[in-house]
Design a protein around this ligand. Structure first.
Ligand code: TXA
Ligand code: MG
Length: 306
């Protein structure tokens, strides 16, 4: 059900949840102060309660309310990348944030999204939690139709069209005097060199208790079985425009390798399309260089296929 910014704000203020477009993927929003709204977010997604939520703001000054501790480099990152697809995890005063939002941690994750509807809404409501608006474990939603396909036609959605990036934000934490990427995303290590003076490392997330709790779970997976491949003879293939495939293959094109942003934008749409069409199995063409956003896309494909 498509709603307006004013209707969305009214619902959020009364403890309800609504889906909101961002430049990365759609978010499932609740007011950060509503115990009831936050509980609904976890319930609607089927999200484990030990996986914390990102707090979205319209203004970096709002972060002061959470009494965060940060290094001077935080201000540089915020100035360079907000609004935008960067989420920063900071130690906070735990009394300022519901325990359910931070899943019991003494840190919280913050981001200012770069989408006019999200910003219009946030400036009316104040900070909102927003995990991706999809059933836990499934591909994120990048259109209002995706949200309705997961949560039903009556679910309230602010329709902001198709998300420009199509892949989630990059999540970083400050550790041992350096920023570390704990979830790969739209922004890649190279993007930070000018601001930080170094390439932030990518945490593997393979520890028993990963720094980013979301890394513990299956993610981005359609019902269809994905097989990562470098050779193709037949069947459905997720491939790239301009690459030749045998004529026995039914190719679903993710985009051109020379325009990786388009591939990001199409990624979850294509994974969802497999299920819409009742396709049970698809091969994914992994013959590409894992650099820039294609490294993030490769990580998403591996998780989706795992
Ligand atoms: O692009 C995005 O980030 C989207 C849009 C809606 O903003 N949101 C999103 O949220 O992807 P979600 O909940 O699907 O993923 C957030 C990730 C999870 O893996 C979670 O574990 C991690 O951020 N996270 C949240 N708070 C954290 C914290 N305090 N410490 C470490 N990781 C945290
Ligand atoms: Mg998610």
């Amino acid at each position: 059900m498509r709603i307006t910014v004013d209707q969305a704000a009214a619902k959020l203020m009364s403890g309800d949840v609504v889906a909101v477009p961002t430049e990365t993927v759609y978010g499932l929003a609740a007011s950060i102060n509503s115990e009831e709204g936050v509980a609904k977010v976890f319930h609607v997604k089927g999200r484990p309660s030990n996986n914390p939520l990102i707090i979205h703001m319209s203004d970096a000054g709002q972060i002061d309310g959470f009494k965060p501790k940060f290094d001077a480099s935080f201000a540089k990152l915020a100035a360079a990348f907000w609004p935008g697809p960067l989420t920063l995890v900071l130690p906070i005063d735990t009394r300022t944030i519901l325990e359910s939002v931070r899943a019991g941690l003494s840190t919280a994750a913050f981001r200012i999204p770069k989408h006019p509807l999200a910003l219009a809404l946030l400036s009316k409501t104040g900070p909102l939690v927003m995990p991706s608006a999809n059933l836990s474990g499934k591909p994120s939603s990048t259109t209002a139709d995706h949200v309705e396909s997961d949560f039903g036609l009556d679910f309230p959605v602010l329709d902001g069209g198709s998300c420009q990036c199509g892949v989630e934000s990059t999540v970083m934490i400050y550790q041992d005097q350096k920023w570390v990427i704990i979830r790969q995303g739209v922004l890649v290590p190279q993007d930070f060199v000018n601001v930080l003076g170094y390439f932030p490392a990518i945490d593997s997330g393979k520890q028993e208790k990963p720094i980013c709790p979301g890394q513990m779970y299956r993610h981005y997976a359609p019902k269809a079985k994905l097989k990562l491949a470098t050779e193709f003879t037949q069947g459905v293939v997720l491939g790239f425009t301009g690459v030749e495939y045998p004529k026995e293959c039914e190719v679903l094109y993710l985009g051109e390798l020379s325009h990786p942003e388009t591939i990001g934008e199409n990624l979850y749409k294509t994974l969802r399309y497999l299920d819409e069409k009742g396709i049970h199995e698809a091969f994914v063409d992994m013959r590409f260089q894992e650099a820039g956003i294609m490294k993030t896309i490769a990580e998403r494909l591996r998780k989706a296929a795992s």
